[in-house]
Design a protein around this ligand. Structure first.
Ligand code: 13P
Ligand code: SF4
Length: 328
């Protein structure tokens, strides 16, 4: 079996129905397929569960299935493996990385932490296991505000790696957390000029913004929130039109849940396409998913020592989120 490219690169039998075969293999392997909202439509359609980063972590901690196929990016697979070390965790293409996680190399982050003693270290889930290992509490965009808010007001905090999410939390909580200077290339790419032009064309549309976007974009938002929070808002709000400033994969579930409403993807600055896609998320295809189940590869492995240290801040996030009523 050839996995040199990060995925199983083996020929697929001609004429097979990939969807049917994936479902058959899934049953045979006793596997569960989880997918993030930014995955391709055909992957979301096949998944047993779709969700945001928090939901995926929670499901990975809860599931009885011995095999988890995580259709998302590498750090999501790592988080699942850290929470369920006894399970086989497969990410169908291990080269599905994350520019935000990459903007925070573990050795540099650890040095920064050591240079600022007396600080509680909060890391966004979009980080490597090695960064989580030097973290006190992990957060996602679904719980960051509440978890930071639950800490004593005078607690000194380092927040990494997303400067935009960190800046947003500082602005709404009045905290002065020290921010790591990282960002996601997808969410930084939105253009405020194009967004305002779009708003002129669609005067009644509400603007939905992920907190990984920079401040000028957040300032014109009707709702800032995680992918799940934006989805909930779209479902519950009376408006008929929404301009969506996050990776365009979320539009699939928004449209599925609200077939009568209109969702317009906000365009990126470079203007070459009408929507903004994460090329890492889109690396997972039906072919790779099929081969990953057929060959049970590539699996996620996490160094034992790192995993033992990284599980504590992830577990702490889940415990606090439960205490605060964010998850059940
Ligand atoms: P959420 O799904 O937690 O909102 O995160 C978005 C993201 O960038 C995942 O990579
Ligand atoms: Fe990472 Fe950004 Fe892609 Fe999310 S959208 S996986 S933060 S690069």
């Amino acid at each position: 079996m050839n996995v040199e490219k990060g995925y199983v690169d083996e020929p697929i039998e001609e004429g097979i129905d990939l969807r049917e075969e994936i479902l058959r293999l899934k049953k045979e392997r006793n596997a569960i397929i989880m997918a993030h909202f930014y995955q391709r439509e055909e992957i979301q359609q096949l998944a047993d569960h779709i969700g945001d980063s928090l939901a995926l972590a929670q499901m990975a901690a809860k599931t009885d299935a011995p095999v988890i196929v995580l259709c998302g990016v590498h750090f999501m697979g790592e988080t699942a493996k850290i929470l369920s070390p006894e399970k086989t965790v497969i990410v169908p293409d291990l080269s599905a990385g994350c520019s935000l996680a990459d903007s925070c190399p573990a050795d540099e982050f650890e040095k920064y932490v050591n240079e600022h003693p007396g600080h509680t270290v909060i890391s966004y889930v979009n980080t490597s296991a090695a960064v989580k290992a030097v973290t006190d509490i992990v957060v996602t965009s679904s719980n960051a505000k509440e978890i930071v808010g639950s800490l004593p007001e005078d607690e000194k905090i380092i927040f990494g790696p997303d400067r935009n999410l960190g800046n947003y939390i500082n602005s709404i909580t009045g905290r002065e957390m020290l921010l790591w200077d990282g960002a996601c290339h997808v969410h930084e790419k939105f253009s405020i000029e194009k967004l305002l032009d779009l708003k002129k064309e669609h005067g009644n549309a509400k603007i939905l913004v992920h907190p990984e976007c920079p401040k000028p974009i957040r300032l014109v938002a009707d709702k800032v929130g995680s992918t799940q929070a934006l989805l909930n808002f779209a479902v519950e709000d009376n408006s008929q039109e929404f301009i969506v400033c996050t990776e365009s994969g979320i539009l699939f579930e928004m449209q599925r849940r609200c077939p009568e409403k209109t969702f317009i993807p906000a365009p990126p600055e470079d203007g070459t396409c009408a929507c903004n896609e994460c090329e890492y998320m889109k690396l997972i295809t039906l072919e790779k998913l099929y081969n990953s189940l057929k060959f049970m590869a590539p699996t996620i492995e996490v160094d034992k020592d790192i995993a033992e240290r990284a599980v504590r801040p992830i577990q702490r996030m889940l415990d606090i989120s439960r205490e605060l009523g964010i998850i059940k």
